[in-house]
Design a protein around this ligand. Structure first.
Ligand code: TYD
Length: 219
């Protein structure tokens, strides 16, 4: 129990800004655990259950109507509550590992640090409605301009257009980055910062080393 939250040893999260290479790391962690015969559930936020995925679409679609900060925050948390109760906790209860692409740290970085919403309110939502925290979080840290280059390249390849949050300016993503780094400084035990500016193989190897250290600590 920490800050009123139940730490879940087999729950891992990957955090970072857009273009940090979270999916490559997620796949590397999944493959390492599978190789050791573990059951692994990979998931993402916002999303992870049918209802939470519908909320994700509401959150990311760039519609006409302005999305207010509180609507954004509360929808992120509504999706997370579904995710925790319908997918994460049942998987952990049967002994599986769960790896999530983003979790509550993203709300502190995007809604808290970048949008300027009250951190104590976010902490209260986390404590009352979410109740759990991952045992290990890998924060993939990368310079905003460098990350932009990567996402631009990816979008050109896929023909994708930026979603509502991706349309924010660089200043917004600078605040997201600073927000994540501040979280990591506050939670040095749980959160490990990985330099995501290196090539994908190096980043994945560093992430795997951190997972191995973490598992040794559990044994
Ligand atoms: P996604 O396409 O998954 O972004 P990425 O590929 O960068 O992970 O979209 C998720 C978006 O939602 C991303 O811009 C971050 C944002 N987000 C928040 O603002 N708050 C949150 O609590 C979460 C989980 C995500």
């Amino acid at each position: 129990m920490k800050d009123g939250l139940q730490l879940q040893a087999r729950f891992l999260t990957i955090e970072g800004g857009e273009g940090a290479g979270k999916s490559t790391v997620l796949h590397a962690l999944r493959d390492a655990l599978l190789k050791d015969g573990c059951e692994v559930v990979c998931t993402r936020e916002p999303g992870g259950t049918p209802l939470a995925e519908r909320m994700r679409a509401l959150l990311l679609d760039a519609g006409e109507e302005r999305v207010h900060d509180h609507s954004e925050l509360l929808l992120m948390f509504a999706a997370r509550v579904q995710h925790v109760h319908e997918l994460i906790l049942p998987a952990l209860a049967r002994g599986a590992w769960v790896i999530s692409d983003r979790f509550t740290d993203s709300s502190y970085a995007y809604q808290g640090a970048a949008r300027g919403m009250d951190m104590t309110f976010i902490a209260e939502l986390e404590r009352r409605a979410v109740g759990i925290a991952p045992g290990l979080t890998l924060l993939l840290d990368i310079d905003v301009a460098h990350a932009r280059e990567r996402t631009r390249g990816r979008d050109l390849l896929n023909g994708a257009s930026p979603d509502r949050i991706e349309r924010e300016r660089d200043e917004f993503f600078e605040r997201v980055r600073a927000g994540f780094l501040a979280r990591a400084a506050e939670h040095p035990q749980r959160m490990r910062v990985v330099d995501a500016s290196a090539d994908q193989t190096t980043v994945a190897a560093n992430a795997l080393r951190l997972l191995a250290d973490y598992r040794r600590g559990l044994a």
